[in-house]
Ligand binder design. Structure first.
Ligand SMILES: [Fe+2]
Ligand SMILES: [Fe+2]
Length: 257
């Protein structure tokens, strides 16, 4: 990370700024600004909604300096590389953590629930989040991602272009908002994952896992909501424009740029 300071325009969206440099995600989170599901709002609007001064957020962002040019930038990846990365990294992380999440939250709810009744809600929330994400990831992997990654391929581009699954993307975005709300509630109920003085090692490990799960979910949803879905939508929109402007007899062969 360089030491040169940089300023940001408050008119730009939160999602764009985080896509440019993921280090900014921590600053937005610190100010209570949702950069995943609320990434399409301008910094000015997000600050107003969170009740914080844009100047304070701007100073904290500027203090980060310029992003590391060596850091991989997913905005430059092909759509196929991006979907592969999401599946092999974030979907794999969710699937790796879910069995522990279910088992450990059930254990601490049973063992410590009498002294800490909030753990019953933690167990319910973790179970709902796991159920929702398991179905959601299957929808992405079986229905949307194959179409998106085919937009990269000359041979598969036409069929993928014709699909235009706008409603499916909206449903998946709604899933993200619902998962985000469950994760926020988990953070509230656990008082930001702070364990009490009588916590055993399973209790401590469960809260550490919940925190890791939430951080991975934020990055995962950010990649989809702020980078993958807007790029796919833009490709479909360009394809639709190309079809509507082509002569009628050429329309079956129209392809986006
Ligand atoms: Fe995903
Ligand atoms: Fe998703």
């Amino acid at each position: 990370m360089g030491s040169e300071r940089t300023t940001v325009s408050f008119d730009r969206t939160v999602g764009e700024l985080v896509a440019e440099d993921y280090a900014r995600a921590a600053v937005f989170a610190e100010f209570g600004i949702d950069f995943c599901c609320g990434g399409d709002r301008s910094v000015a609007r997000a600050c107003a909604e969170a009740g914080v001064q844009p100047e304070a957020v701007g100073q904290a962002l500027a203090a980060l300096g310029r992003s590391d040019p060596q850091r991989p930038d997913p905005r430059g990846w092909s759509l196929g590389r991006l979907t592969d990365h999401i599946v092999t990294t974030h979907h794999a992380n969710v699937r790796r953590m879910i069995p522990h999440l279910r088992q450990w939250t059930a254990t601490i709810s049973r063992v410590h629930g009498q002294r800490h009744p909030e753990l019953h809600e933690v167990e319910r929330l973790a179970s709902d989040l796991a159920d929702d994400l398991e179905k959601h990831m299957l929808d992405e992997e079986s229905r949307l991602f194959p179409l998106i990654s085919r937009l990269d391929e000359p041979a598969g581009g036409d069929a993928a272009q014709r699909a235009r699954p706008g409603a499916l993307i909206e449903t998946l975005e709604d899933d993200h908002a619902h998962a985000g709300a469950l994760a926020r509630r988990l953070r509230e109920v656990t008082d930001h994952y702070v364990t009490p003085s009588d916590a055993c090692s399973t209790y401590t490990a469960t809260f550490a896992l919940l925190k890791e799960f939430e951080e991975d979910l934020h990055r995962h949803v950010h990649l989809e909501n702020n980078i993958l879905f807007p790029r796919a939508r833009a490709r479909w929109a360009r394809g639709a424009a190309a079809v509507s402007s082509a002569p009628a007899h050429d329309r079956t062969g129209a392809r986006s740029g």
